[in-house]
Design a protein around this ligand. Structure first.
Ligand SMILES: CC(C)(COP(=O)(O)OP(=O)(O)OC[C@H]1O[C@@H](n2cnc3c(N)ncnc32)[C@H](O)[C@@H]1OP(=O)(O)O)[C@@H](O)C(=O)NCCC(=O)NCCS
Length: 364
C-alpha cells in the first residue's frame, strides 16, 4: 500500500512549513522556472527569460536582499516569489501549489515593503486570466485600476514602411550620446498620459537603455534639424524571434504628421529584415491614440494584464523581518495553516481614479 493511500493528509496539508528569505543570485534559474510556469498557466506562453530577471535584479534602485522574496517549502522547492519595484509588485505562486496561503504571505510581505518605500498605494500587475489572484486581491481591498494589452503582429508579409514625413530624418540610436535627450523627450511625451510617473535619468537608463536585449540597429531616432522629434527603442527577443518595442514617443508639438506611424513601420521592416517573425509591444488600455495607431498597423491583442491597487496603510518604520540571504540564521519558518491571510475587508479604500501607473506595462 502506498504512503499516500495510508494517509488522510490532503494535498493542501502536505506543505505545512514555508521559509521566507531573500533570493540569492544562484536562485535565478529556479525563480525563472516559477515565473515561466506562471506565464504558461496565465498567458499561455512564456514571457520571462533569465536575462530579463537578471536585468531586474541588477537595477540600481532594486535591492535583491530587501525588495525580493522567495518562499521555500520544506522540500526546498521555490513555491513563491515576490518583487517590489517602483512601478508595482510582482507576486507569483507556483500553479500547482496554489491554495496553501503562499500568495497571502507574499502579499503581506510586499505591502510591508511598499510601506517602507513610502508608497501611498499598494499596486500589483496580474494577468487578467488569473482569477485566483484577482479574488485574493479583491478580498484584500484592491480594486482594478487599468489594463494593458500585449499587442502583436506577424511580420511574414510585412510591406515596406510608410515614408518618413517631410522635414524629419531617421538615424541610428547612439545609446551613450542619446541618453539625456531621449530621457527628456520620454518625460515630455508621456507626461500627458494617464498615470505618468517621472523617472530619473539613471532609472530610465537602467530600465530601457541598459536592457540586455536593447538592439540599437532595430531602434531609431527621428531628427528634425538638431532636435530629437521622436524615437523608438526596440529589443531583439532572439529565442522567440520577436522584436519587442519597448518605447515609442513623439514630441507633443510634432504629432499627427505621421511620424509615430513611420517609426513603428520602420521598426517592423527592420524586424522582418532581421529574420524576426513577430513584432510586439505593451500598451495601456487608456491610451487611445496609441491603440488606434497600433491597430492601423495590423497589431492585435494577445493577452491582457490588469493593475490592482489599494491605498497603503500608514507608513511604518518597522523592518519587515525579511531574512538576509546566506543560510538558516535569519530565515523565518512559518506554518501555512496558522498564517493569517493578508486579506482585509473589501472596499476599505476606494481607488483614486488619478492613481499613478506605469507608462508601459511589461510586468517586469
Ligand atoms: C502615440 C504617439 C507615438 C503617436 O505619434 P504621432 O506621430 O502623433 O502618430 P501619427 O502622426 O502617425 O498618427 C497619429 C494621428 O495623426 C493622424 N495623422 C497622421 N498623419 C497626419 C497628417 N499628415 N495630417 C493629419 N493627421 C495625420 C493619424 O491618422 C492619427 O490619427 P488618429 O489619432 O485619429 O488615429 C504619440 O501620440 C506619443 O508620443 N504619445 C505619448 C507616448 C505614448 O503614448 N507612446 C505609446 C506608448 S505604448
Amino acid at each position: 500500500m502506498s504512503i499516500k493511500a495510508q494517509s488522510s493528509v490532503t494535498p493542501a496539508d502536505r506543505y505545512v512549513a514555508m521559509r521566507l528569505r531573500a533570493p540569492l543570485p544562484d536562485d535565478a534559474p529556479a525563480v525563472l522556472a516559477l515565473l515561466v510556469a506562471r506565464d504558461i498557466a496565465d498567458l499561455g506562453t512564456p514571457d520571462h527569460t533569465l536575462e530579463d530577471l537578471l536585468d531586474d535584479w541588477r537595477e540600481a534602485e532594486f535591492s535583491l536582499t530587501a525588495d525580493a522574496l522567495v518562499v521555500e517549502l520544506d522540500d526546498t522547492r521555490i513555491a513563491g516569489y515576490g518583487a517590489v519595484r517602483r512601478t508595482g509588485t510582482l507576486a507569483v505562486v507556483a500553479p500547482e501549489l496554489e491554495g496553501r496561503g503562499i500568495g497571502a504571505r507574499v502579499l503581506q510581505w510586499a505591502e510591508q515593503r511598499e510601506r517602507e518605500h513610502g508608497r501611498a498605494r499598494h499596486r500589483q500587475w496580474i494577468p487578467a486570466k488569473n482569477l485566483r489572484a484577482q479574488a485574493m486581491l479583491r478580498a484584500a481591498g484592491y480594486l482594478p485600476q487599468r489594463s494593458c494589452w500585449r499587442m502583436v503582429r506577424p511580420l511574414g508579409h510585412f510591406a515596406q514602411a510608410t515614408a518618413i514625413p517631410v522635414g524629419f530624418a531617421l538615424r541610428p540610436l547612439d545609446v551613450d550620446h542619446d541618453a539625456p535627450g531621449l530621457h527628456a523627450l520620454d518625460a515630455a511625451s508621456f507626461a500627458g498620459n494617464p498615470g505618468y510617473e517621472p523617472e530619473s535619468l539613471a532609472a530610465f537608463c537602467d530600465e530601457h537603455l541598459d536592457a540586455h536585449d536593447l538592439d540599437p540597429e532595430l531602434s531609431c531616432v527621428a531628427q528634425e534639424g538638431d532636435t530629437i522629434a521622436g524615437f523608438l527603442l526596440a529589443r531583439r527577443r532572439q529565442d522567440e524571434a520577436v522584436g519587442y518595442i519597448d518605447l515609442l514617443a513623439v514630441r507633443p508639438d510634432r504629432r499627427r504628421r505621421g511620424l509615430g506611424t513611420s517609426l513603428l513601420e520602420t521598426a517592423f521592416a527592420r524586424f522582418a529584415a532581421a529574420g524576426l517573425r513577430e513584432g510586439g509591444l505593451d500598451v495601456d488600455s487608456d491610451n487611445p491614440r496609441a491603440l488606434r495607431l497600433y491597430e492601423r498597423a495590423g497589431m492585435r491583442p494577445r493577452f491582457q494584464l490588469d493593475t490592482y491597487e489599494r491605498p497603503s496603510l500608514a507608513a511604518t518604520s518597522r523592518r519587515p523581518g525579511l531574512p538576509r540571504p546566506g543560510g538558516s540564521n535569519g530565515a523565518t519558518v512559518e506554518s501555512s495553516r496558522s498564517r493569517t491571510a493578508a486579506a482585509r475587508s473589501p472596499g476599505d479604500g476606494l481607488a483614486d481614479p488619478s492613481t499613478p501607473g506605469s507608462r508601459r506595462c511589461r510586468r517586469w
